[in-house]
Design a protein around this ligand. Structure first.
Ligand SMILES: [Zn+2]
Length: 574
């Protein structure tokens, strides 16, 4: 099986007999257990001189086998390499009418904790403000008082107590909380600690929309799990389910949770199932859900359409780099553009990362996960904006084609960049995307990127660094972040550090020679490519929870997108 996969035969059918010049349509089934989701069609356009054009690796491979006498034109090293090596599971381009394995659980996100059956009488969750517990207790029956005393319960925030009903069955659940920004997390422990059953929030808080939204969001996020790679233990449906009120606050919480859940899933899916093509498929699936137009410029087309920086970084991988472009909303509405770093795996390139640092690098597309999650929130809320999402999606790998330290590369803007370090690849791919974003002169550009370790050194893992050319934007994001407990912290675009990006050989270097202020240096690099933008913020984030906390399990995390959504909603909402 020259073209196939090691583990099974492939079939090819529907071949049109003879091949004159023109368009030929072929059907194939790729029976590879690793990639069962790529049956599909492809076409070959045969020119009168017997040269032909096809897209993607698989079609080229098939063509080489089926039509060996055809003239190869523009045959790249990539093609001949794959023909010579044969075997192995190759990654064909995504087929948009199939659901890739990594998305099969997408529609089920949170569904395992949402009770849809309204006939069930839910067990009441009664929220109690920690400071008002004693006055609440004074009004209760002697039995309840005795039960509370026996359990030593004081309604401390995030603590719960089950109260027995009159017949000894489950009566209700008390949950202590404090009505501040962190109230979300007070509720988040419930879904995993309550026994099987259907639970609903007490009517007592249904009139307080802000609190209800926080409680509902906590319940949703408390139910988030990433278990699609694990054997079904049969317990999936034997967990607590939540029945929320049919109110606006519950809907807002659900939209927020689905945006966050999408971001977490995309990050948590490992790089073998989340390469540039799969990230594109995820963007297309999201676009389909909300009627957005999604396109992608892939592989060598990046050069033809002047995205040389994205091409250079991604060329070292066998998985084609691409620029993913999602557009949604009324063309006349205020333009908002989100840009997300989509480095699906970052080895560091020839400036290879040590293994301990490489281990988490499936999360280096965390910026793209943020912008897709945020885009989902914006589209689900139907905000009156023209939304554009740009994701440079690449893998930073080591190979005979990979870029080297000291290479000088071109960018879309025309500036040349000397590569001081191949591990500072995020800013390089972002440069082309930001140039394109700024060319439309949108009202707002937000970029999210897992860009520097230096931002983590400065602010720790839980506090993304925020940079902006617009004080109002920066202040708004910071205020929202604190109010919603989705914090960001501003660092300066410190002018005096700009010369540190000077290069003797090119227009600029991608790193500074100094080990200090690395997050600021990276932001100053990006700043060169959004020159003249009205309002731009760059968010340098971790996108990962290092420890388990209620509602915030270890793994991929959304950071700053609730703060950003609130700002966009306040500025541009109805
Ligand atoms: Zn890197």
């Amino acid at each position: 099986m020259l073209w196939g996969c090691d583990t099974g035969p492939n079939t090819i059918s529907g071949l049109k007999a003879g091949f004159k010049s023109g368009l030929m349509k072929l059907t194939y089934r790729f029976q590879c257990p690793e990639r069962p989701y790529y049956p599909g069609k492809f076409h070959i356009r045969l020119a009168p001189d017997r040269s032909f054009r096809v897209g993607g690796h698989i079609p080229i491979l098939f063509a080489a086998i089926c039509f060996p006498e055809l003239l190869w034109t523009g045959g790249s090293r990539k093609i001949s390499h794959q023909i010579l090596s044969g075997g192995g599971c190759l990654t064909p381009p995504p087929r948009h009418n199939t659901i890739p394995r990594h998305q099969q659980g997408r529609l089920k996100l949170f569904d395992h904790i949402i009770a849809r059956d309204s006939s069930t009488n839910p067990i009441t969750i009664t929220p109690i403000v920690e400071s008002e517990f004693q006055s609440w207790l004074a009004d209760q029956s002697e039995t309840t008082k005795a039960w509370v005393a026996a359990n030593g319960y004081e309604a401390k925030r995030g603590t719960q107590l089950a109260l027995p009903g009159s017949n000894g069955a489950f009566g209700s659940v008390l949950i202590g909380y404090v009505d501040d920004a962190k109230a979300i997390w007070d509720f988040a422990g419930l879904p995993t600690s309550l026994p099987e059953g259907v639970y609903g929030l007490s009517d007592s808080i249904s009139d307080n929309a802000a609190l209800y939204e926080k409680a509902a969001l906590g319940l949703y996020l408390g139910g988030y799990r990433f278990d699609r790679y694990r054997k079904d233990d049969g317990k999936k449906d034997k967990r607590a389910k939540i029945a929320l009120h049919n109110n606006e606050a519950a809907k807002r919480a659900e939209n927020t949770a689905r945006g966050i859940g999408l971001a977490r899933d995309l990050i948590n899916i490992p790089a073998n199932d989340m390469g540039p093509a799969e990230l594109e498929a995820a963007a297309r699936a999201l676009g389909e859900e909300f009627g957005a137009r999604v396109s992608a410029i892939v592989g060598d087309d990046l050069l033809k359409q002047n995205y040389p920086a994205i091409h250079t970084v991604g060329y070292g991988s066998d998985r084609d780099p691409r620029l993913i472009d999602l557009v949604w909303g009324d063309a006349d509405a205020p333009k908002i553009t989100l840009v997300g770093k989509g480095v699906c795996f970052d080895t560091g390139g020839y400036d290879l990362k040590p293994s301990s640092n490489m281990l988490l690098m499936k999360k280096d597309m965390g910026g793209s996960a943020q912008v897709l999650g945020l885009a989902r929130m914006i589209m689900a809320a139907n905000l009156p904006v023209r939304l554009r999402v740009l994701i440079p999606a690449v893998e930073n790998m080591v190979s005979g084609r990979a870029y080297r330290p000291s290479d000088i590369l071109k960018t879309r803007k025309g500036l040349t960049v000397e590569v001081g370090n191949t591990d500072a690849e995020g800013r390089i791919v972002l440069s082309d995307a930001l140039t394109e974003a700024a060319s439309e002169n949108p009202e707002l550009i937000l970029d999210f990127a897992t860009l520097t370790g230096a931002a983590r050194v400065a602010l720790g893992l839980g506090l993304p660094a925020l940079f902006s050319n617009d004080d109002d934007l920066a202040n708004g994001l910071m205020e929202n972040g604190l109010a919603l407990h989705d914090p960001l912290w501003r660092l300066p675009l410190w002018d005096e550090y700009r010369p540190q990006l000077d290069s003797k050989a090119a227009d600029m270097n991608n790193i500074s020679g100094s080990p200090f202020g690395g997050a600021i240096i990276a932001a100053l690099f990006l700043d060169r490519f959004v020159e003249g933008a009205k309002s731009w913020a760059h968010i340098d984030l971790m996108a990962w929870n290092p420890t388990d906390r209620p509602g915030r399990p270890t793994g991929g995390e959304a950071q700053g997108i609730r703060a950003a959504f609130k700002l966009i909603e306040d500025r541009f909402g109805k």
